[in-house]
Design a protein around this ligand. Structure first.
Ligand SMILES: [Zn+2]
Length: 120
């Protein structure tokens, strides 16, 4: 296999294999970092492509740019869910209202007038 840049075909194949492995690993690291930070599917794919093109630094950039997701256990499926979302990403369960303790203050007049304003 005549290729003048390297000594023989095996060296070329080794270099091509090393580059391919680096691209695949950089893609996977960027995708995992984006998933860990809770980014959307579109953002994950975009960051993963950037990771494949630019290297491992993209994974570190994702971890540095985006804040860590705070998660709490879901009451229905017992898996960890993101607290800023209204529904669970696994089962779609909403948040349960806290139990009444008998000390809640509810202004009925304000609530009724607000209902009139919104319905009018
Ligand atoms: Zn759930």
């Amino acid at each position: 296999m005549p290729w003048n840049g390297l000594g023989n075909g095996y060296e070329f194949m080794a270099l091509a294999l090393a580059i391919a492995i680096q691209i695949v690993l950089s893609f996977a690291v960027a995708y995992a970092a984006a998933r860990h930070r809770g980014l959307s599917k579109r953002s994950r794919i975009g960051w993963s492509i950037a990771g494949a093109l630019l290297g491992f630094g993209c994974g570190l950039a994702i971890l540095a740019i985006y804040p860590r997701c705070i998660r709490a256990k879901c009451a229905r499926c017992q898996k960890l869910r993101r607290v800023e979302l209204a529904t669970c990403d696994h089962c779609g369960n909403g948040w349960e209202s806290p139990p009444n303790e008998g000390i809640e203050i509810v202004d009925v007049n304000t609530t009724n007038s607000q209902l009139k304003c919104t319905s009018a």
